[in-house]
Design a protein around this ligand. Sequence first.
Ligand SMILES: C[S@@+](CC[C@H](N)C(=O)[O-])C[C@H]1O[C@@H](n2cnc3c(N)ncnc32)[C@H](O)[C@@H]1O
Length: 483
Amino acid sequence: MQRNIDTLTKTIHKYLERNSLYVENPPWEIRKSDLGGFGVFAARSIETGELIFRDYPIILGPRAALTCPPLCVNCYGKDNLRPCEKKCGLKLCSDKCQNSSKHQKECKIVRQWQTRPIPEELSEKLGKVFSPIRAILLSDEDKKVVRCLKAHISDQHGFEVDVMKKVLYLDVKEDEEMFMRFVCCVMDANAFEVIVGSENNQSSVKGLYPLGSLANHSCTPNTIHVFDNNQHMIVRASTFIPKGTEIFHSYSRVIWGTPTRRFHLFRTKHFLCKCQRCEDPTEFGSYVSAILCKNCKTGKVIPIDPLIHNGKWQCEGCAESINKKDVAALSSLLGSTLNSFTNDDVEIMLKFITTKLATVVPENNETVVELKYKLIWILGHERGFTWTELSDDHLLAKEKFCGELLALLELLRLGQCKMRGLLLYELYCCHAEQKRRQAKAGSASKTSDKSLLLEAADILMYDVGAPPEIKKLWPDEIKLREQ
Ligand SMILES: C[S@@+](CC[C@H](N)C(=O)[O-])C[C@H]1O[C@@H](n2cnc3c(N)ncnc32)[C@H](O)[C@@H]1O
């Protein structure tokens, strides 16, 4: 399909209207982007925290990753899965899901395609390659929406259809196969990871959001996106966005260093980011990708030109230069050490930060940051380290890491980003626990700073995964939507 601004704008407006999400004079508009293709731009100035748009997934389905557990194909629950009574090969978790009209349609089409029964051991495979089948059942209008989204056409995409044909022996018609292969290319270019379910029963699935898909990437995004309990995507401004500015998501992890982010973006989204943060050898003075100089021991080694693949790196202190390969070897070693730690290795991780890591990388290096973030989620949460079990030292360590990572996010100019919301809440919980302990010991009580909680509640507004204490602070109108 010919992609131009008028067709794209009309198609997206109509899609939002069909889903009751269109608002008159929206603060966004679709335009050609200097980055190539199209993008979403601010049609007027947008204040920090302002709602930019809501979007609804045109396709939502299980993720194919091997690490994702099998899910009910209807509600994405993980428990009580059983094969469909009509033997389509999919798994469901209840009579309600079995009898849902959505499943009835999907069940029928899979049974039509079956040339032999799908054995139970292959049922999980069918669940994981199921999203493109969903696209076949879209209305013609919705198919038109999918056709106007960017597709990365290459043989690397579409393995789902190969599994359908070669492993599950589904007899798919040629035109259906072609459309499903195209849908795989569209999903790979545009799909978001979506969290469904609440607190203790969350699953990760993938969703194609037509308007959300049109926003390009920046490593310093100006938006935050969350998903509510109806799988709507809610996009708000994480910083002030002047009129005419391009609206960006981040497709990568903001705490990764430039080589890691650029590699990830290239591998998954097939482009080399050249944003302001990627261009800056110090990443706005954060030194997230820097390592320490082996020669002078204290100088920070940074890339001379971060946009040159395999270019030289140089120490800011003694000017000693290093090959990118040596930097990459150290990063990879540190990365695998980080991955080898389990939740029980808290003491080892804490020691690793202050000993080994402190001699080879600066304090904001991505490995240090990842490790601190990992510890923040263990301390106060995991078995053996819950709030009441936590030692005073561990509580202090968690509080310190929250403060350090919040300072880093500011250096990285990330505004009211999701990670800030999560860290503010964890910091608030540290203070509340300290206050409880002081009250118990009868000593002068530390005040737990309510402003941290209020700011976290504002940043994480609408997020289905937000802690209950935060949800209580949302305006009634949003609480009602959540029910
Ligand atoms: C989700 S789409 C974004 C919308 C897309 N520009 C379009 O025209 O529909 C993702 C694709 O847009 C392009 N893109 C997004 N951000 C980019 C960036 N910062 N630099 C270069 N290309 C980018 C890449 O081709 C990427 O795979």
